[in-house]
Write a protein that binds this ligand. Structure first.
Ligand SMILES: *[C@@H]1O[C@H](CO)[C@@H](O)[C@H](O)[C@H]1NC(C)=O
Ligand SMILES: *[C@@H]1O[C@H](CO)[C@@H](O)[C@H](O)[C@H]1NC(C)=O
Ligand SMILES: *[C@@H]1O[C@H](CO)[C@@H](O)[C@H](O)[C@H]1NC(C)=O
Ligand SMILES: CC(=O)N[C@H]1CO[C@H](CO)[C@@H](O)[C@@H]1O
Length: 332
């Protein structure tokens, strides 16, 4: 009899603890969404030469953080540097050119930053290398390069930067993830492997930090839908009107807010929170159909030229000419 009472007590305590955390979280969500002060934090942003990385770098600079830019694209990075310098002449901003997929370069980068700027207190992993090919057509080298840049780079950076954060129990690790982090996408095996690997990495690091009592070091994994950047326009994906691609500005603002209130996991748009749940309850094939329709459609496209040809071919002239829809524009 006694062991059961003990067990019951144990579960009851656990249950109450969970309830307590939920109430705290709801309370926090509703009442205290004050953004933290990041003035003079040293923020390293990888992939800052364009797109979301650039936008987020500017937002960090606006709030007075010391921004350290890193990209393999020197020209793009100097553009970001210029954008930030225009904001405020007293802004401290540094720019480094680095191939994030090279272990040696990453080690040297962090050492240089530590000696020239100081210890990094916020890390934003955003550099992404997109490769697309069927699993058999992609060479093993290409797969490995993609994993180095998208997954190992973050691991290397975290390993090298975390000790100085732990010493002061102060820091924040952010990882930007795309849609490929929450579902597998055909012809993107390397990217999906890397991005879902990052989810695991972030959760594991967070678990360790929490259990280790490092309550001053935060982690944020940000999952965003496709963006209207040139990076994705290249990949010939069509977009759905239900979940249209996000503008950079919108995605960057939402993600920035989540970082500043120390959210552990954020999805932009919110619909993405449902994906793991829907995946769990639907038959696999149904999930795939839903995904291909709503999130990642391969809708046949009508370019303007095609519609002109269609119009000319129809003798009656009443043939339906597909209208050009603005949400398709990213595909053209
Ligand atoms: C990595 O970078 C180092 C130093 O820049 C260079 O010597 C080495 O060849 C690079 N390795 C690869 C695989 O590109
Ligand atoms: C940076 O961190 C290292 C060890 O992690 C420490 O030895 C060093 O004093 C720190 N530097 C500053 C400026 O805080
Ligand atoms: C993958 O790409 C090949 C061509 O490279 C194409 O035939 C195939 O339909 C694509 N598969 C998916 C799931 O997009
Ligand atoms: C420059 C760059 O690589 N930006 C990436 C930042 O992260 C998002 C994912 O959330 C990617 O889509 C961008 O390509």
């Amino acid at each position: 009899m006694w062991p059961y009472v003990k067990l019951f007590k144990y579960y009851l305590v656990t249950f109450l603890e969970i309830l307590h955390v939920i109430i705290q979280a709801v309370n926090h969500y509703i009442f205290s969404t004050t953004e933290k002060n990041i003035r003079n934090e040293i923020v390293l942003i990888t992939g800052s030469g364009r797109g979301l990385g650039q936008q987020v770098a500017v937002l960090f600079a606006r709030r007075g953080a010391i921004v350290v830019l890193c990209d393999s694209d020197e020209i793009g990075n100097s553009e970001t540097l210029k954008l930030i310098s225009e904001l405020n002449t007293e802004q401290r901003v540094y720019s480094y050119t680095c191939d994030i997929g090279n272990r040696t370069e990453v080690r040297q980068l962090v050492e240089r930053i530590q000696s020239e700027v100081g210890n990094i207190t916020m890390l934003v992993n955003n550099a992404t290398v997109l490769t697309s090919n069927s699993i058999l057509d992609m060479s093993e080298d290409e797969f490995a390069r993609c994993l180095n840049a998208n997954l190992f780079a973050s691991y290397w950076l975290i390993r090298q930067i975390l000790p100085s954060m732990m010493r002061r129990n102060h820091g924040h690790i952010v990882t930007m993830l795309g849609a490929t982090a929450v579902f597998g996408l055909g012809n993107f095996s390397a990217v999906c492997t890397a991005k879902s690997g990052l989810v695991g990495l972030m959760e594991s690091v967070d678990h360790e930090l929490t259990l280790g009592g490092y309550d001053g070091i935060y982690t944020t994994a940000a999952v965003s839908h496709y963006l209207t950047t040139h990076l994705f326009q290249l990949s010939k994906t069509c977009f759905s009107p239900v979940v249209p691609p996000l503008t950079l500005d919108y995605a960057a603002k939402k993600i920035m807010h989540a970082i500043l209130i120390n959210r552990k996991f954020v999805c932009v748009p919110r619909l993405y929170y449902l994906i793991p749940f829907v995946k769990g309850i639907l038959p696999a094939r149904a999930f795939m159909i839903l995904l291909n329709t709503l999130v990642n459609p391969k809708v046949p496209m009508y370019t303007e030229q095609e519609s002109i040809v269609n119009g000319r071919n129809s003798r009656s002239g009443s043939q339906h000419i597909p209208r050009k829809r603005s949400y398709m524009s990213a595909c053209q």
